[in-house]
Design a protein around this ligand. Sequence first.
Ligand code: GLC
Ligand code: MG
Length: 625
Amino acid sequence: MLSFEVLRALLATLVLLLSGVFAQQDAPKEWWETTVFYQIYPRSFFDSDDDGVGDVKGITAKLQHLKDTGLEATWLSPIFSSPQVDFGYDVSDFRSVDPLFGTNEDLEELFVEAKKLGIKIILDFVPNHSSNEHEWFIKSEQRIDPYTDYYVWHNGSSDGMQPGERPRVPNNWQSVFRGSAWEWSEERQQYYLHQFAVGQPDLNYRNEKVIEEFDEILRFWMQKGASGFRIDAVNHMFEVEDFRDEPINDPSDPLSYGYTHHIYTKDLLETYDVVAHWREVMDEFVKENDVDTIIMMTEAYANMTMTMKFYESDDGTQQRAHFPFNFVMIEELGDASKASDFKYIIDRWLENMPRGKVTNWVLGNHDKPRVASRYGRQRIDGMALLVMTLPGVAVIYNGEEIGMEDFRDISYEDTKDPQGCNLGPESYKWASRDPQRTPFHWDDTFNAGFSRAPRTWLPMHPLYRQTNLLKQKEADCSTYKFYVDALKLRKERVFTHGEFRSRAYNDDVFGLVRFVRENEQRTLDPFYVVMINFADRTHTVDVSDLYRFSGDSATVRLIGTESRHLVGDVVDPSALVLGPYEAIMIGHADADADDDADADGSAGVKVTTDLLLFVIITCNFLLIK
Ligand code: GLC
Ligand code: MG
């Protein structure tokens, strides 16, 4: 019979083995830290009721597309009640869905269906302004308390004013959408501030009540099932209290936003305290309700210093957003960038991040030209591969997964965006954001399968028969399939936990490697090397200049549509040939394929469960005896 001592010794061995395996596993990460956030622009995603405008039920109907693609989180541009002056960014009721998009019940149904598929829904939160049709504004105009001071009101300047004349605008502040940021209210006989459209009056953040209103709005949507918030135009929330003129930046066009330096209307330090406060509201909700982390991502086009402050206070004691959008791929890089520009700009962001924070890379959004148009068609897969394999979170815009292009040739008559319309028929074209907002291309049928309405809210891109989801699903090789494969690989531990290093080989070739350290002999560690050729010339590179691993061959794991290689090809890493615009990922040679299972720790766990089973059976057997 088995003595108690033997049993104890067996158990002790088991514990030791188990702790060994788990010590090797990295700390688990939260759902949002390694995910891809897919932005849905609801007006243009899928139209379920054939009125030419996408809607909430349309998103629910297409959730399977996200699931099939491998996407587990999406952020929605606003679907709240709105006169649609700025296409939903002018909210007239923050707690209700606009009838154009459906009902609150539709949104709740979306939350439920998304949850079933394991997809998190992030809502757009627009605190800087409301619509001028919001009840708060209507009452504020009439000086009805407590709304009287909900907005930024000003008497205007009486300099040189003749009797009976209306006061002049208070100062030289211009709206982002062109023209003075001040609008006269006949009703109240005062000016109100609008940093965006006239229909988007700025809320007064020096009034505590305004902040509290938004606390409640956050709680309302968290209760309904929102997994997070994208905070719109957050750095516009505060303005200096004395309404000083801003210094002149570009005197050539006094009506343009670029006319002044926005040092008194943007990036004010007070902003960060409100952000920290909302973070507390969210964290408190998570704690009280024992739900998954609810995340906050902030939208601010700001310099590095002011952007990084959205993570936490300089001393690290005050927590703010989970991450501020990183717009370097949109703002600082483009079709003319060299590999060294990529390296410099990526490294600079990583070096500036506060310790222990999660990074992110935004590839596109509804405000900026699409990747295909910014970087050129041939670079789509390279850019996708880059954001999918860099450390941290990736943020992509609907349509990028099939490489949709801008439709720049929308006529002035069909143009809807105030940023375009305000410039008039001569100059609207390059300022308008409509080109990147045209409806999604599902297939090659009427209206690309987006809607059966005779007219869609924006015209369809004329080339949808060439570029659409169905066609790309059926093709052997397509940008869509590339995304699907990249999203799968991204789940491996090399990408969720791995270290990162990069290299600019020459003007054209950018390489990066992700690897995890788990072997005495480093060259055996699991890794993936990504090589992107941004130009139309062929290059031969030596991978070991970037990363040294064991063996003299490597296997191709993923290829872009421009690639000359095939997945599974064995290549010589000391002379890797990259064709024009080639984007490629290589890993350990297939001889080591067994080791690959280790990449996500599953092999280690398998060994442990087998061992556990063995110990239990042995114990049972011995005990019975
Ligand atoms: C953000 C939105 C943009 C909108 C603006 C005003 O920048 O992304 O679409 O026009 O805020 O709300
Ligand atoms: Mg509709």
